[in-house]
Design a protein around this ligand. Sequence first.
Ligand code: AMP
Ligand code: MN
Ligand code: MN
Ligand code: MN
Length: 291
Amino acid sequence: MAEPRLINADLHCHSVVSDGTLSPGDLVDRAHRNGVQILALTDHDEVAGLAEARARAEELGVGFVAGVEVSVTWASETIHVVGLRIDERDPSLLRGLDETREGRDARAREIAQQLERAGIPDAYEGALKYSGNPELISRSHFARYIVETGSCEDVSEVFGRFLVEGKPGFVPHRWARLADAVAWIRNAGGVAVMAHPGRYHRLGSLGLDELLAAFRDAGGRAIEVVSGSHTPSQYGEFEAVALRYGFDASRGSDFHGPGESRHDLGSLPPLPASLAPVWRDWPQARALERT
Ligand code: AMP
Ligand code: MN
Ligand code: MN
Ligand code: MN
């Protein structure tokens, strides 16, 4: 019987439907090859890839969880909230995601204007080439285009020199409200998970405390502890945070594509033994316990 904590669950990744580079089906193939037993596809602000991913997961016998990663603005910072086990047909969730996607095109045009002034012309068209879904045009697509121009070696260099506050190509944007994003997820039957809390260092530790308290008060249930966006020392830091707040814990690579992401699907270490895995009572986990 598999101890829930030791199930290879990867509950955070992206396909071409948002800013990943693999199709939903190819993503599931790769997860299966890597030994993932429960996979959640969590495209940014969009659920359109879930049907294809679920169908492939059923063929391969991979446990599948419908997910989404909602972009939120809280205290002027961009925060990501992952929804897991959502009903992707839920009308109010779909309306909320639809509203959240609005404005990406106008923002992309402004990003391109700034990049042009910084010596990188035609970036709007360039970024669109990398986007499988123009409604979800994102900084990742611009980053890939900037690498293509030869101005940077790789995407992580881009996010040091461009597209972030204080650098060319940064256009602030107002995403969904925290309480709304959590409510959409919960009303759609899902669990709200704070994505990669270790990435919000600009909030400072007091700000992070406030954020997590607001998230819990809004109905947030879990935080990502073992995340591809965390350093190993942050696994321990957020283990303590999860215990202090009584959050369940999640594990996810935040994989975007081969050659781009530091951590492949299903490759991160297990959650610390002190934590309650967010998937422990799910049917996908129970099915594995019986085998
Ligand atoms: P957007 O939603 O358009 O603001 O784009 C955000 C996306 O950019 C994130 O989901 C990541 O995929 C990517 N991103 C942000 N910061 C970095 C970084 N430092 N290194 C690599 N990718 C990043
Ligand atoms: Mn992304
Ligand atoms: Mn994220
Ligand atoms: Mn992500």
